[in-house]
Design a protein around this ligand. Structure first.
Ligand SMILES: NC(=O)c1ccc[n+]([C@@H]2O[C@H](COP(=O)([O-])OP(=O)(O)OC[C@H]3O[C@@H](n4cnc5c(N)ncnc54)[C@H](O)[C@@H]3O)[C@@H](O)[C@H]2O)c1
Length: 349
């Protein structure tokens, strides 16, 4: 029987991956220490999701392990010898990183290195998928000339009409400490692919979302925005007139791509993984969509100052993913995703 090791298994992407690969017949080992509750407080707690996996997946094995524990990870990989590794554990917030720089770097950069080296020693032939981020491009996408439309910004330069591709420059821009720690991990994952020929892959995520996100103000904007709407709480917009654009992808479509990669892996691959232009929206547009499901007007306040290094307009060019893995495509529209998020919060708050 094939075995999958998933780090961050109680999080949004990790949990979806566990369910997806269970359906594909893998035995699932999850690694998570509920660090999200340490990063973001009780609102970020992911134990509910861990319990959900325990009941949904027969033989699901949870490992209460910190990915910063180098020896522990090495021991676990030697014991499990997974047929594939999917690495989604991280300190995931751009803004939170500045307050906890060592925790951020130790988790994102060193934790990834711990896992890579354990994989090289314990199962070098197994596909290794790393969840990276579009913040590796820093704020350089903000240099692209933009058009201001009534509810959103859009690229004025036709070279980007399909979005940002993988050859976009990664240095000499402001990344946030989070973007920098994730970039260190991204480069190392590529290096293990190129230098040691491990079948590794970096997925540079746009906004990954879905009904199982424990959205908080500092991470998981659609999930948090929907929660604010349902609770009648004010959502705070940080600059750019609320017209900043994000491309949103449902966690199921993320997990399906990971499965495609594990079936036909390459070494040192890099993909920009988001919802693409068709699943992009601005914050103002997200308000409207959430309101259409909840029937409640979104309360918000506007703060002139944007978040440091925040993208004004970002959507991923999905052409490389679709060309390398023609069986993969986006299957869940943004509207459907938002409907699912609203329904999920109704059951959880
Ligand atoms: N959600 C997004 O919009 C988004 C966008 C781009 C990239 N990403 C990346 O995708 C990955 C998954 O994101 P997510 O939204 O599922 O995050 P998440 O916070 O929902 O899940 C991450 C999980 O990892 C666990 N974790 C954190 N540190 C750990 C540690 N030291 N040891 C063990 N477990 C630990 C947390 O408890 C949490 O359950 C991350 O690498 C993130 O940077 C996410």
């Amino acid at each position: 029987m094939k075995t999958l090791l998933v780090t961050g298994s109680s999080g949004l992407i990790g949990s979806e991956v566990c369910l997806q690969f269970n359906r594909l017949g893998y035995r699932i080992h999850g690694v998570d220490n509920n660090q999200r509750a340490v990063f973001f407080g009780p609102q970020g707690d992911t134990r509910w999701n861990q319990k959900r996996l325990g009941s949904a997946i027969p033989q699901f094995q949870h490992h209460e392990l910190d990915i910063r524990d180098r020896i522990g990870l090495l021991g676990l990989i030697r014991q499990v010898r997974p047929s594939a590794i999917i690495h989604t554990a991280a300190q995931p917030s751009h803004d939170r990183a500045a307050a906890i720089p060592f925790d951020d770097f130790d988790t994102n950069a060193v934790g990834t290195m711990n896992l890579l080296e354990a994989a090289r020693q314990g199962c070098p032939e197994s596909p290794f998928v790393h969840m990276s981020t579009n913040k590796v491009y820093g704020d350089a996408p903000n240099r692209i000339p933009l058009d201001e439309l009534p509810t959103r910004w859009d690229y004025a330069d036709l070279a980007y009409s399909e979005g940002i591709a993988e050859d976009f420059p990664i240095d000499q821009s402001k990344h946030s400490l989070f973007g920098a720690s994730k970039l260190a991990a991204d480069i190392m994952v590529q290096e293990y692919g190129r230098y040691f020929s491990l079948p590794t892959c970096c997925l540079r995520g746009g906004c990954l979302t879905g009904p199982n996100h424990s959205g908080v103000e500092l991470h998981g904007f659609l999930s948090y925005l929907a929660k604010c709407n349902l609770l009648g709480r004010e959502y705070k917009i940080f600059g750019y007139k609320g017209k900043q654009v994000r491309d949103n992808i449902h966690s199921e479509d993320v997990a399906r791509f990971m499965a495609c990669f594990c079936e036909a892996p390459r070494c040192g691959a890099v993909y920009n993984l988001g919802g693409g232009k068709q699943n992009s929206c601005s914050i103002l547009e997200a308000f409207e969509m959430v309101e259409s499901f909840s029937g409640q007007k979104q309360q918000y306040i506007y703060c002139d100052e944007n978040r440091a290094g925040d993208h004004i307009c970002y959507y991923s060019d999905l052409r490389k993913m679709k060309s390398d893995y023609p069986n993969w495509d986006i299957t869940i529209s943004l509207r459907e995703t938002i409907g699912q998020i609203v329904d999920a919060w109704k059951g959880r708050i």
